[in-house]
Design a protein around this ligand. Sequence first.
Ligand code: SF4
Ligand code: SF4
Length: 203
Amino acid sequence: MSPPPAPPAPDDPPGPPAPTAPGAADSYALLAALDLALTDQPADDVTAARFELVVDILIRRGHLTEGHRRLLHNVRPASNGTQLAAGEDKHAIAGPDVDCASLLHLCHGRCCSFKVALSRSDVLEGRLRWVIEEPYVLPRADTGYCTYRDDEARCTVYDDRPTTCRAYDCRDDARVWLDFEQRIPAPLSPHLVPIERLRRPRP
Ligand code: SF4
Ligand code: SF4
């Protein structure tokens, strides 16, 4: 795929904005590392105690609330497969041969509005943001699109984009095309802004 790649999953409404509290991203990375360790070794009491300690510290710093602690406890059992996408070596994924640049006026790059679950390696690499309210999922802006997509529908983290984005093939996705060969797009979801309205006017 060229400039903007893509992802599958339910066509959910956009998620909350990315965290802004100083140090929150690093704290989330630490939480994620402990969380993934607990997914592998659920009976590991030392890691479980560290996890709770980090949550306590983050609550005291105001980065999390008690509600987040409950959320994290609910998410953890699901993180081994439900929330995390499969795929370990994302750089080895070739992706389908789709010329995105020539199709954007039809598809509006809507693939970048779909819910994208991060893989385990995406989370551990720590190069892609996620928010505590929706762990291990790419955040979406109020435009409905991924926060890493720019106004020209380009992926600003192309080299680090998630496994899901690399492997996605829109050609048989009914959310995108009524008929890919005939270049007939499916109707754009009403909560998405068409690409021509996102583009900034040139000076
Ligand atoms: S919907 Fe398909 S053609 Fe359009 S940007 Fe996404 S992958 Fe490319
Ligand atoms: S990371 Fe975001 S902008 Fe980049 S391809 Fe994936 S969904 Fe699109």
